[in-house]
Design a protein around this ligand. Structure first.
Ligand SMILES: NC(=O)c1ccc[n+]([C@@H]2O[C@H](COP(=O)([O-])OP(=O)(O)OC[C@H]3O[C@@H](n4cnc5c(N)ncnc54)[C@H](O)[C@@H]3O)[C@@H](O)[C@H]2O)c1
Length: 284
């Protein structure tokens, strides 16, 4: 059972993971490279939990306990002290992730589970930087972490079955549902999403359908909560293009080759909501 967790990287994902763990009664140490980044992550958590208190969803006592459960640090030794599990959520760089895993391997007790929130990288390759690849696993959370119910649990080449079980248990304990994935590019969900976004862009590019009709089609015909084109504008056209490029490079499969429409839109600064124009136009 995971009682104390270290989250490395206090950004979008790290702060969300720290929050849901603390809300479930787990002690958390949130670590980043600079005190200001740690404080920003802690501030995000305090804001979300504060809103729950304001709305009467939790008591003052529960609020104080949750906030009190998350401590911040920039020190690796302090971050790893007494933890049962480490979740790494730093930038998407293999070199950086391997460095952090090697350090965690050096400083954590032998039973500690080391996990990565990577969206694209091989868990086996990250694990190869440690002397305990059997205790390394992938936990791919979705954004925003407090709202999204899924975690993809990725089994590396050498991950122990017991580590997978403990990780699935941990996901349950923090109110998430786990699905088991092989260590392949895009795991399960992003392999589908990349295809959906690419198909939508290609249909628009080839004049087969409008953005509006694609979104309506999938919302009304397939009960999607949001249309794929709306989602691309929200995530950023450049971000979707990068995800497709990475999938195409990793798999070599033509179906992931980014639609030419993405490059054209990027040249025109039509990146989605963030630039006021993407597939749709927005009031700034
Ligand atoms: N944002 C998403 O929608 C999303 C979804 C699923 C998975 N992911 C994955 O989660 C990971 C984090 O993504 P994010 O969006 O939270 O990134 P982010 O940029 O918001 O946060 C990353 C944080 O890591 C910190 N960091 C960098 N090097 C560090 C080090 N050596 N030690 C400690 N902290 C360090 C940075 O200062 C930053 O605060 C990436 O691997 C990403 O692919 C992201």
């Amino acid at each position: 059972m995971i009682k104390k967790l270290c989250v490395i990287g206090a950004g979008t994902m790290g702060a969300g993971i720290a929050q849901v763990a603390a809300e479930s009664g787990i002690d958390v140490v949130l670590r980043d490279v600079e005190a200001a980044f740690v404080e920003r992550g802690l501030g995000t958590i305090r804001k979300f939990i504060g809103k729950k208190l304001e709305k009467g969803k939790i008591s003052q006592e529960a609020h104080d306990q949750i906030v009190g459960r998350v401590k911040g640090t920039t020190s690796p030794e302090e971050g790893f002290a007494g933890v049962d599990m480490v979740i790494e959520a730093v930038f998407e760089s293999m070199e950086l992730k391997q460095r952090i895993f090697a350090e965690a391997d050096r400083l954590c007790g032998p039973s500690v589970i080391l996990s990565s929130n990577t969206s694209t990288m091989s868990i086996s390759k990250i694990a190869s930087a440690t002397g305990r690849p059997e205790r390394v696993v992938g936990t791919h959370f979705f954004s925003p972490v407090p709202a999204m119910r899924l975690v993809e649990v990725i089994r590396g080449e050498k991950t122990d079955a017991a580590v997978i079980d403990a990780t699935v248990e941990f996901c349950k304990a923090i109110g998430k549902t786990a699905i088991l994935c092989k260590d392949v590019p895009g795991f399960i969900v992003n392999r589908f999403l990349c295809l959906l976004y690419n198909e939508a862009a290609n249909q628009i590019h080839q004049g087969l359908a409008t953005a509006q009709d694609i979104d309506l089609g999938l919302k009304l015909g397939s009960n999607h909560l949001m249309g794929p084109v709306e989602i691309m504008d929200m995530a950023g056209v450049d971000v979707v293009n990068n995800a497709l490029k990475a999938m195409y490079e990793m798999t070599g499969e033509e179906r992931y080759k980014p639609s030419p429409l993405f490059e054209q839109m990027i040249r025109e600064n039509r990146l989605g909501r963030k630039t006021g124009r993407g597939f749709y136009a927005y009031d700034k």
